[in-house]
Design a protein around this ligand. Structure first.
Ligand SMILES: Cc1cc2nc3c(=O)[nH]c(=O)nc-3n(C[C@H](O)[C@H](O)[C@H](O)COP(=O)(O)OP(=O)(O)OC[C@H]3O[C@@H](n4cnc5c(N)ncnc54)[C@H](O)[C@@H]3O)c2cc1C
Length: 516
């Protein structure tokens, strides 16, 4: 019945500090009674990955729970507001575009609007018919007003942030406000107990660091779970082909240039390019499949894209990052759990990595085992939950490729080959030919990507569902019509009252938002 009171986190990237902050905030009362100790050890020699700029709306509650002021976060991390993602050229590659917004469709918990949209919504796209955010994003508007309190919203939002500044910001907050013990040192060895648990990690200068629970946040190295425990890595390269990234940072043309209120993801011949607007610069990058495209051609794609605004950018400005898509087959082994890229990584198409970090840290904090015996049950549940989540995320990312009708490159054709598509997704695609995606299509009460996300992507890419015309009553049609009208009214109202993204961000950095 060994109590679990000392938690050691190895790694100080976004994963390490989000986990440290979530745990320390949750344990604050106990820690003040000196019952718990949260220690984070990070290498001064191995830099953090330093990319990862798109988040989910969950980041608002993650920061709020840690006691972070939204104004401070926005100022110090050059953060901007994100209301969704715009996918350009994904359908046919002829200039087409659709949005995956962050607001749920109108009346989402009362009625499925997807079956009624083709008949009742005129010429509007699915997302335009059910959600106002396409219109807000097209106008570069913010999701709130200066009078909206911190973390409150008028339209649901997440953030774009400077990943390097974010880790530094969280570090200062965790150390100064939450009492996290910070050690800057290289972990050079892992010491085991007789039963196979980790007893301690040995650091170069600080020596032995003892703990009851070890959290591996060492990024691609996966020092504890992969290196020490040798937990197998399950590649998903045969499903998601992307394995290389080229990233670049670009200044705005001038200080008043608009800041996009959404991530722009533009499909290329063998991958796609992200474009994220922060307060002070844009982050742009090309992810591609090296089996389908040479580095030279990828650089040329990126230069063409970047050249639209920055013709002077040179090939050597791009930072290359290798990606090994997949995840560990187990995330929590004995008294060690991995969070972040130490657990796995998939292409950043839907910004799922930081989200997985947040929900992993939350589950560890909420279900923190009181003793070693309880850890057996908690770790089993953690592994089941996260294996399910990784599989659903893989399905959802693959959906973007199989719903495409691009034929210009083998990359797209290979992506649609049946043998590359998980059975779980094939089955749902068959089902959705006759029924639009809805809540019951998924097993868990809380899904990372709910039915709404599948609707936005499928119908955004021209997918057709042959709904049974006799399956819906007049009352259902009338209620749907009302929801479409309600959405149009809301869009009109928000277009009138919301400021531009840049205007609001400038005001926040000058005056701040109201404290909650
Ligand atoms: C191209 C690309 C784009 C991405 N875009 C997004 C996005 O838009 N949205 C999103 O959510 N995510 C994105 N991600 C993922 C995101 O960047 C990561 O999930 C996130 O930054 C967390 O990284 P990490 O903390 O796990 O690892 P890292 O940042 O690599 O941190 C690892 C830490 O471990 C430490 N360490 C390593 N070895 C030792 C040792 N021996 N001793 C002590 N410490 C050690 C290092 O010093 C470092 O502090 C992207 C990733 C890539 C590659």
């Amino acid at each position: 019945m060994d109590p679990v009171t000392s938690i050691v986190i190895v790694g100080g990237g976004s994963a390490g500090w989000i986990t440290a902050g979530t745990l320390a905030a949750r344990l604050k009362t106990e820690r003040e009674r000196n019952s718990y100790k949260v220690t984070l050890v990070e290498s001064p020699n191995t830099p953090i990955i330093g990319v990862g700029e798109g988040t989910w709306p969950t980041m608002r509650s993650t920061l709020r729970k840690m006691g972070v002021r939204e104004t401070d976060f926005i100022k110090e991390c050059s953060a901007s507001f994100k209301q969704g993602a715009k996918f350009v050229n994904w359908h046919k590659g002829d200039g087409d575009a659709y949005y995956h917004p962050l607001m749920l469709p109108q009346a989402y918990f009362e009625q499925n609007l997807a079956p009624h949209w083709p008949d009742l919504a005129g010429n509007l796209s699915f997302s335009e018919a059910v959600c106002p955010q396409d219109f807000l994003c097209e106008q570069g508007l913010a999701p709130k007003l200066i009078t909206t309190p911190e973390y409150g919203h008028v339209a649901n939002y997440a953030y774009h942030l400077d990943a390097g500044a974010f880790a530094e910001f969280l570090k200062n907050h965790c150390v100064e406000k939450l009492g996290v013990n910070h050690i800057l040192d290289d972990v050079v060895a892992v010491k085991s107990k007789e039963d196979g648990d980790i007893q301690s990690v040995i650091s170069q200068n600080a020596g032995e660091i003892l703990g009851d629970l070890f959290i591996d946040c060492t990024g691609f190295r996966s020092l504890l779970l992969g290196g020490h425990y040798d937990v197998p890595f399950k590649s998903c390269k045969e499903v998601l082909f992307i394995d290389t990234a080229l990233a670049v940072q670009l200044p705005y043309e001038d200080n008043n240039a608009p800041i996009a209120s959404h991530t722009i993801s533009t499909a290329q011949n063998a991958g796609w390019i992200w474009d994220i607007g922060l307060q002070n610069r844009r982050g742009v990058g090309h992810v591609y499949s090296s089996d389908h495209l040479s580095e030279d051609k990828a650089v040329s794609n990126l230069k063409d894209y970047v050249g639209q605004t920055h013709p002077e950018a040179a090939a050597e400005d791009y930072r290359k990052i290798d990606i090994n898509p997949g995840h560990r087959t187990q995330f929590w082994k004995r008294n060690c759990v991995a969070v972040g890229m130490a657990a796995g990584f998939l292409e950043p198409l839907e910004a799922s990595a930081l989200l997985l970090i947040e929900i992993s840290a939350n589950m560890i904090a909420e279900q923190l085992p009181a003793n070693r015996l309880a850890m057996e049950v908690v770790s089993k549940r953690f592994n089941e939950t996260f294996l399910y989540r990784w599989e659903r995320i893989i399905d959802f990312l693959k959906l973007h490729y199989i719903a495409s009708e691009r034929t210009d490159h083998s990359f797209w054709k290979d992506n649609r080959k049946k043998e590359t598509i998980p059975d779980s997704l094939l089955e749902l695609m068959d089902f959705w030919k006759y029924q639009p995606p809805w809540h019951d299509d998924f097993d868990r009460a809380v899904e990372v990507f709910p039915a709404a996300s599948y609707q936005y992507v499928l119908y955004g890419m021209g997918f057709k569902t042959e709904v049974n015309p006799l399956g819906y009553s007049d009352a259902a049609r009338n209620a749907a019509m009302q929801a479409f009208e309600e959405n149009a009214k809301m869009a009109k109202d928000l277009l009138r009252k919301l400021p531009s993204n840049r205007e609001l961000l400038d005001k926040i950095t000058t005056h701040g938002l109201q404290r909650v």
